[in-house]
Design a protein around this ligand. Structure first.
Ligand code: XLS
Ligand code: NI
Ligand code: NI
Length: 438
C-alpha cells in the first residue's frame, strides 16, 4: 500500500516558538500535567465521516476537496482507500482513536443485507489495521438520519417497519463496535424530534425511542459490550425540535425510562451553543449527575445558527472545558473531533492543520485549566461564597433537618438578613486572564 499523504511526515512537538505549520506547538504527548501524560488526559479521536468523507458539499455547491484517495467513490475499493488514508492520517498525528457511523465505512446498498456483507468485509480490514497500528475505537453509531426512510424519525417513526430497520442498523453497529473493542456507543437523534405538534404524538414517540434504547442495551450486554452508551444532545438541526435538547433534558429522559445506569452524555461544543448554553454548562450538568462520558470537540460560530463543526481554536472555551473535565476526574470516553475543514480549505495539508489546531487548542486548555486549579483562587472563592452554610442554621438546612416554620422564626428574630455578598465576577475573570496570558 502506497503512502497517501505524501510530503507530510509524522507530526512532532516543536514548542510554542515553532513556525512550522506541520508541528505541534502545545500538544506534547508525554508531558506530565497534574501527574499524568497529556495524551492520557486527552484521548483524541478522528471522526470517520468528516475527515474521510466530507469534501465540501453544501446546500449551494459541490465538493471542493478531493477525498477519493485514489479510488472511485461509491465502491468498496474506495472504502478500503479510506481505511488506508485514515490509519496513515492517525498515525502521522499520533491520534489513538476513531469514531464511525455504519455508513461512513462502506457505500450503502439498496438491500440492507448487501450493506451488512460489505460491513463484514471492511471491518475485517479495519481490525487488521487496528492490530498493526495499536489504534483503537472510541465509539460507534448507526446513521439513522440520512436514508430517506427515516424522514419521520427512527425510534420516533410512525412506521413499525422503519422502526425495525432502525433496530437492525443499531444491532449491526453494535456488532461492529464490539468487534473493534469500542469504548462507547452513541445515540444522536437527528431525526428524533418533530416539525409540528399538529401531527405528533410526543409521548408515543418518546416511549418508542426508550424501548429502542432498552433493546440496544439488552443486546449490547448480551454480546459482551461493557462500555457506556451515550446520548449526544442537540436541540435542533435537522429537525426543528429534537427530543434530546440538552444534557438536562436527556438525563431526565434516561431517568424516566430507567436507562440512566447504562448511559452517559456525549457533549458536543457546538450543540451546547445551539441550545443556548455554554460548552462548560453542558459539561457541568453532565458531571454533577455522574454522566460525563465523552466529548465531541468542535466549535460553532455565534454569528451562524447552525452546527458549523469547526476545528476548535478558542482557548477560553477549551480552558473552561478542561477545567470541568479535570474537576470531574477525566472522561471515560475521549475527545472526538467532530469537526471539518472550512469549504475553501480543500487540501490534504488543511486536513492535518485542522487537527494540529484542535489538538494544540485542547493541550493549551488542559495546561491552563491545570494552572487554574493549582492557583486555587477560583476554588477558594467558591468555597468561601457558600461558607455561610457552615453556621449552625446553615448546617441545619443542608442536612435536610430544617422546617419552614423554624426558618421563618429564625428570620423573624433577625429582622433583616446580612447584606448580599459580591459575586466578584470581574475579579475572577481577571484571574482567568492572568493565568491565560501571564
Ligand atoms: C451531528 C452530530 C453527529 C454525531 C454522530 O450534529 O454531531 O455527527 O456526532 O451521529
Ligand atoms: Ni457530534
Ligand atoms: Ni454536531
Amino acid at each position: 500500500m502506497s503512502e497517501i499523504f505524501k510530503g507530510i511526515d509524522k507530526i512532532r512537538y516543536e514548542g510554542p516558538q515553532s513556525k512550522n505549520p506541520f508541528a505541534f506547538k502545545f500538544f506534547d504527548a508525554e508531558k506530565i500535567v497534574l501527574g499524568k501524560p497529556m495524551k492520557e488526559h486527552l484521548p483524541f479521536a478522528m471522526a470517520w465521516w468528516h475527515n474521510l468523507g466530507a469534501a465540501g458539499t453544501d446546500m449551494f455547491g459541490r465538493d471542493t476537496a478531493d477525498k477519493s484517495f485514489g479510488a472511485p467513490k461509491g465502491t468498496m475499493e474506495h472504502a478500503k482507500a479510506k481505511v488506508d488514508a485514515g490509519f496513515e492520517f492517525m498515525q502521522k498525528l499520533g491520534i489513538e482513536y476513531f469514531c464511525f457511523h455504519d455508513v461512513d465505512l462502506v457505500p450503502e446498498a439498496d438491500d440492507m443485507n448487501v450493506t451488512n456483507a460489505r460491513l463484514n468485509e471492511i471491518s475485517d480490514y479495519i481490525l487488521l489495521k487496528m492490530k498493526e497500528t495499536g489504534i483503537k475505537c472510541l465509539w460507534g453509531t448507526a446513521n439513522m438520519f440520512s436514508n430517506p426512510r427515516y424522514m419521520n424519525g427512527a425510534g420516533s417513526t410512525d412506521s413499525a417497519e422503519v422502526y425495525c430497520f432502525a433496530a437492525a442498523q443499531i444491532k449491526k453497529a453494535l456488532d461492529l463496535t464490539v468487534k473493534f473493542g469500542g469504548r462507547g456507543y452513541v445515540f444522536w437523534g437527528g431525526r428524533e424530534g418533530y416539525e409540528t405538534l399538529l401531527n405528533t404524538d410526543m409521548k408515543f414517540e418518546q416511549e418508542n425511542i426508550a424501548r429502542l434504547m432498552r433493546m440496544a442495551v439488552d443486546y449490547g450486554r448480551k454480546i459482551g459490550f461493557t462500555g457506556d452508551f451515550y446520548i449526544e444532545p442537540k436541540p435542533k438541526e435537522p429537525m426543528k425540535h429534537q427530543y434530546d435538547f440538552d444534557a438536562a433534558t436527556a438525563i431526565g429522559f434516561l431517568r424516566q425510562y430507567g436507562l440512566d445506569k447504562d448511559f452517559k452524555m456525549n457533549i458536543e461544543a457546538n450543540h451546547a451553543t445551539l441550545a443556548g448554553h455554554t460548552f462548560e454548562h453542558e459539561l457541568r450538568v453532565s458531571a454533577i449527575n455522574g454522566m460525563l462520558g465523552s466529548i465531541d470537540a468542535n466549535q460553532g460560530d455565534m454569528l451562524l445558527g447552525w452546527d458549523t463543526d469547526e476545528f476548535p481554536f478558542n482557548v477560553y472555551d477549551a480552558t473552561l472545558c478542561m477545567y470541568e473535565v479535570l474537576k470531574a476526574g477525566g472522561l471515560t470516553g475521549g475527545f472526538n473531533f467532530d469537526a471539518k475543514n472550512r469549504r475553501p480549505s480543500n487540501t490534504y495539508q488543511d486536513m492535518f492543520e485542522g487537527f494540529i489546531l484542535g489538538m494544540d487548542t485542547f493541550a493549551l486548555g488542559l495546561m491552563k485549566a491545570a494552572a487554574l486549579i493549582e492557583d486555587g483562587r477560583l476554588d477558594a472563592f467558591v468555597k468561601e461564597k457558600y461558607s455561610g452554610f457552615d453556621s449552625p442554621i446553615g448546617k441545619k438546612i443542608t442536612s435536610g433537618g430544617a422546617t419552614l416554620e423554624e426558618l421563618a422564626a429564625y428570620a423573624a428574630e433577625l429582622k433583616d438578613a446580612e447584606p448580599p455578598h459580591s459575586g466578584k465576577q470581574e475579579r475572577l475573570e481577571a484571574i482567568l486572564n492572568s493565568i491565560l496570558f501571564g
